[in-house]
Write a protein that binds this ligand. Sequence first.
Ligand code: ATP
Ligand code: MG
Length: 648
Amino acid sequence: MSDDFFPVPATWAKDALLDREGRAADYRRSIEDSHDYWLERAKRLAWITQPTRTDESSFAEADFNVKWFADGQINVSVNCIDRHLAERGDQVAIIWEPDSPEEEPRRYTYKQVHEEVCRFANVLKGAGAKKGDRITIYLPMIPEAAFALLACARIGAVHSVVFGGFSPEALAGRIIDCDSTLVITADEGRRAGKAVPLKANVDAALHDCASVKRVIVVKATGGAVAMKDGRDLWLHEEAGRVSADCPPETMNAEDPLFILYTSGSTGKPKGVLHTSGGYLLWAALTHELCFDYRPGDIWWCAADIGWVTGHSYIVYGPLANGATTLMYEGVPNWPTPSRIWEVVDRHQVHAVFTAPTALRALMREGDEFVTRTSRQSLRLLGTVGEPINPEAWRWYHHIVGEDRCPIIDTWWQTETGAAMIAPMPGATDLKPGSATLPMPGVIPQIVDGEGQVLHSAAEGNLVIAQSWPGQMRTVWGDHDRFFQTYFTTFPGKYTTGDGARRDADGYYWITGRVDDVINVSGHRMGTAEVESALVLHESVAEAAVVGFPHDIKGQGIYAYVTLNAHEEPSEDLRRTLSAWVRTEIGPIATPDAIQFAPALPKTRSGKIMRRILRKIAEGETSAQALGDTSTLADPSVVDNLVANRVGG
Ligand code: ATP
Ligand code: MG
């Protein structure tokens, strides 16, 4: 993998929140003087009762629990709204950019957000919702989605956001799993100019969900929907009838804030539970440190609110920090692949945070779509979701950021609440493809298959040795699954399920999912390395690599390759790519099979589902063998791959 080095730009080093020494000292303190460190860090939040306790977690079976700030009392919506009113009530809190560039954006000041959220909260109360109830939110990327989260937080209801692209079945499964009593949806959503029938999907889902008593419907497009008497209410009608004041519920730091299901890349999605105090602190602190957030910055996290990235970096982190956060309704490549950069110019955005999958898709279309925009407002660029191939990293840095914007590659999970390993722009020299160093309080370790801790430069399983404030507290309704999934493989540690390499500078490189590690003739290889070598080739847009049984080598390497726009598959190219990987990494990594794939199977959150690719490579293609495919974005992709499998 690339060992190129990009030092902190002088402009950033000058007045960064933390410089190199500052980051190192802060980290040391967070470990050596943890209790006082976290009491002090906790002061960035507005507590009803300031906590005097910090970490009381234990990963040991006997007294297993995750607990932070347990004597603190807080309301999350107050932290995200009310406490900013005196100082920046008239500052824009949310900029909303619609799906179509032909439409006008909308802006909401903190004062306006306060009123919207209070009314929404009163509507929820009027519909019978109370503290501790679960509320499922199935909305498009409209401002009401942010209001809905905050309204739940205000009254102490536990929200469970389900991505608006999920089917009625997937929605029903998530409603049933957490026993929601209320659903918030919209008439329709819009993506890339097409309407998504959200309300109709809810109607279909609710055939199977007896727990739901009320459905609150946002009028988003004005499309025709059926309203069920006694169950369905229009938000705008109800909001006009209730007070614009809603006193916030007093919550314990450990009271649940939300449930969110993981992406389902490696199996059945898990209902991750996060609580109020620790989660909010983690989201706000990492938003400030990783992105060197300063008052007045225009911040854009281009994720969907249906994923943890949207929760932590569109809503909770930025609003807790009093930021201006941009919400975008549409997709990155519609109407053209320039759309993201045009939005940056339109709103003079300082920082964009997106996923490698989006970057690879845009790269594929050529540089012209980027270079025809200005992007002068950009100061830094972020990425999350999958290992970023060094090739994509360099493109993001050079073409998008014109070599002036640090790339903040944040490694984390739904389970970790917010960023765990990431650069800070003024403190961390960058290496393309490395998420670099741990955040305060995070103790990553690399262990071998037996759980032996490996020191200095090493490669193996990435685990976290002790708790951090934003750690998930349980799998909803299945505390045993929580313990079994994350704390039994390597007892006493949190198992991430990801593989990592630590280099001589202590930098971490995520090598892919542990389940995806390939063992060729006794050599263990992460998928990320081989994929990155393939993506480096000028004809390749994206690649996914898996192992399959091989008589001689134990496992062979099977590569699925998506070509750049205007490239044609050929036997010649197949041979070229094989030789290319051989030169880039070594003979051991030479693919045994290369299948050209028009598209790769991805989760709705844009992650490659290698477990399905592994099954296809193994020749196991029954629905049962393919496992849970409910979070697949486009099931037809799988049929194409099965039909064109290499090696018969
Ligand atoms: P499931 O747990 O249901 O299989 P998932 O792991 O894809 O789904 P998420 O919580 O959305 O669900 O994703 C977290 C995973 O994404 C991480 O474990 C890691 O594999 C990958 N990931 C996220 N950010 C990065 C990054 N910056 N570099 C490398 N990998 C990343
Ligand atoms: Mg996971």
